[in-house]
Write a protein that binds this ligand. Structure first.
Ligand SMILES: NC(=O)c1ccc[n+]([C@@H]2O[C@H](COP(=O)([O-])OP(=O)(O)OC[C@H]3O[C@@H](n4cnc5c(N)ncnc54)[C@H](OP(=O)(O)O)[C@@H]3O)[C@@H](O)[C@H]2O)c1
Length: 331
């Protein structure tokens, strides 16, 4: 058991704390200054504060760096958490990447979801994570050149073999979710979803209908919704995202002032309001905020206990509906 148990939610057949922890921020080149010692402190802080879902990917950091960090932090505490990782970015020598255009923030990604490589990806991730099983395993992006059903079929074989416990999907449409779920039950779908990035209603409806959990990524709007981002520094990936351009960021910060005003009224932080708002969208939503800072991690996880009544939710939704965000989306 973790030191401080949080309320739990279900992602399909997997039960985890209602808020998880996203580890992407812990590899260099994403959100600014970080080193491995600070990363380890952050991961331990998340687990100490009761997070039982840690989200990583074979594509975060160079050459499996992020999974290695998670593996190191989990030594001796593996049983306390479910580990979610994703595949398709870290290709073995000689495997051709297929271009996946995702827009400005990440540019064009190379993925390969060919089923013949999936076992190799999983074995590499298991080695980096220092574990014998992945609790939740996602193709990071559907490969445009491989039917998703084929990629998912390969994960189903890993589940059969005991290397993986649950299947997840990331960055998919409602149609792709339905097709994959027909091959093997999907436990969770991970999508960008936050107060400044609405989710596709068709996808939400399909997930509810099929009993699939929803894992919002960048639930704090890549930091924006915390109300603390005035500018982004050199080397921060948000420099490539028009939402974070100096002029757009200022306009967006001004437009979200009424949202921050509601947080102040409720005596909670804007970050807590952003996470509580997501938690109130559906009982099977499990956001995965990321942070390098133990105090932020504790603040974020405390949002599981924030109760937003119907009046507050209606006011917030009214404001969000009227608030145009400048600068497109992250992906
Ligand atoms: N499936 C996908 O394609 C995909 C894509 C992107 C992300 N993800 C997943 O989603 C996870 C979370 O997303 P994310 O890290 O991009 O964005 P996020 O959680 O929305 O925001 C992270 C940023 O917010 C800041 N922050 C966090 N809590 C704060 C607080 N209480 N007060 C002030 N600032 C705070 C962090 O800075 P500090 O470090 O200073 O706290 C960091 O810069 C990732 O770790 C990854 O696992 C998945």
């Amino acid at each position: 058991m973790s030191e401080r148990a949080l309320p739990t939610r279900r992602l399909g057949g997997l039960e985890v704390s209602a808020l998880g922890y996203g580890a992407m921020v812990l590899s260099p080149g994403v959100y600014g200054e970080i080193d491995d010692e600070r990363a380890e402190r952050a991961l331990n802080a998340a687990i100490d504060a009761g997070a039982t879902l840690i989200d990583t990917s074979d594509g975060y950091g160079a050459d499996g760096h992020n999974e290695r960090l998670v593996g190191r932090a989990l030594k001796g505490r593996r049983e306390q958490v479910a580990v979610a990782t994703k595949f398709g970015f870290r290709l073995p020598e000689g495997v051709a990447p297929h271009p996946f255009p995702v827009g400005y923030a990440f540019g064009e990604l190379g993925v390969n979801g060919d089923p013949q490589h999936v076992r190799g990806y999983a074995e590499a991730s298991l080695r980096e994570l220092g574990t014998d099983r992945i609790d939740l395993y996602y193709p990071h992006f559907p490969d445009p050149q491989v039917p998703l059903a084929d990629t998912v079929g390969a994960v189903a074989e890993l589940i059969e073999a005991g290397l993986v416990r649950h299947l997840g999907l990331s960055n998919v449409t409602a149609e792709q979710l339905r097709a994959a779920h027909a091959v093997h039950p999907v436990a969770a779908v991970q999508i960008e979803w936050s107060m400044w990035r609405p989710a596709e209603p068709e996808l939400l409806a399909a997930a509810r209908e099929l009993g699939v959990g929803l894992v919002p990524w960048s639930p704090l709007g890549a930091g924006f919704l915390t109300g603390t981002v005035g500018r982004v520094a050199e080397g921060d990936f948000r420099q490539n995202a028009p939402r974070f351009d100096e002029a757009n960021l200022k306009a967006n910060n001004d437009r979200f002032a009424p949202v921050r005003g509601i947080a102040a009224e409720l005596d909670i932080t804007p970050a807590q309001l952003a996470l509580a708002w997501l938690l109130h969208q559906d009982p099977n939503v499990v956001p995965i905020p990321g942070s390098r800072t133990p105090a932020h991690i504790e603040e974020n996880l405390a949002a599981v206990r924030v109760d937003l009544d119907a009046t507050v939710l209606a006011r917030l939704n009214g404001i969000l509906k009227e608030t145009n965000v400048e600068g497109g989306t992250l992906l």
